[in-house]
Design a binder for this molecule. Structure first.
Ligand SMILES: C[S@@+](CC[C@H](N)C(=O)[O-])C[C@H]1O[C@@H](n2cnc3c(N)ncnc32)[C@H](O)[C@@H]1O
Length: 217
């Protein structure tokens, strides 16, 4: 599988998404241990997929898909699933999982920043436990890239860790906002989940207002 940044070379100042690979999850054994320890749970995946309305024919992109459980569950219900990750070992594990279930999500050796989505725009873009790996400036670019691959009205789901005490909310888990932002916050103080609908966020290309506006709509 060609690495995305070989097809789309970046300037030297661009954040190198692939540098961390090999430090902690760059071996088969480490990936298998990661999958065991983190408690991959197909039922939890199904709950999320239900919530996002993923069914037969849904176009779903899971960014930083890791061992691929979400993409595989999506494919098992007929979705056109794309799993994107910078780690070849993760992708190999994900593909083996998919093979066991007889499904074939499309795996992409690419990162938040350099993944270029081909084909129909996504109905849903998801990312879990990974965005924190980018420096703040680059998180913004990653969100613009995600917005650019979503169809208007599509859903974006983000779940990530944040330092204890700085979570976006300490409210009830899965407290749904009542306005049209469709923002859902699970507030435990250290983790948060947010889903929002794309409306007028412009495709990636320029930094700045787009991501901020997208997050607020
Ligand atoms: C903690 S794991 C989470 C995996 C999966 N989303 C899950 O919930 O199990 C973080 C993943 O992010 C990937 N990753 C790290 N930096 C990335 C980047 N810039 N773009 C895409 N994936 C990245 C790692 O290779 C790893 O698979």
């Amino acid at each position: 599988m060609p690495r995305s940044d070989t097809a789309h070379p970046r300037p030297v100042w661009y954040f190198s998404e692939y540098a961390p690979v090999g430090i902690d999850l760059g071996s088969k054994a480490a990936v298998a241990a990661y999958d065991r320890n983190q408690g991959t749970d197909p039922q939890a995946d199904d709950t999320l997929l239900d919530r996002l309305g993923v069914s037969d024919g849904t176009q779903l992109v899971d960014l930083a898909c890791g061992t691929g459980s979400l993409a595989v569950q999506a494919a098992r219900r007929g979705a056109v699933a794309h799993g994107v990750d910078v780690s070849e070992e993760m992708l190999a594990f994900a593909k083996a999982r998919a093979d066991r279930f007889g499904v074939a999500p499309q795996w992409h050796h690419a990162g938040f920043l350099d993944y270029t989505h081909q084909g129909p725009l996504a109905d849903a873009v998801t990312t879990k436990s990974a965005l924190h790996q980018l420096p703040d400036f680059w998180k913004q670019q990653a969100l613009l890239n995600a917005a650019g691959m979503l169809r208007p009205g599509g859903s974006f789901y983000l779940w990530d860790v944040s330092p204890a005490g700085t979570g976006v909310s300490r409210g009830e888990p899965d407290r749904a906002a009542t306005d049209d932002r469709d923002v859902v916050v699970g507030g435990c103080g250290c983790r948060h989940g947010v889903s929002l609908r794309r409306s007028s966020v412009s495709p990636a290309g320029d930094l700045g207002e787009g991501a901020v506006e997208g997050g607020r709509q």
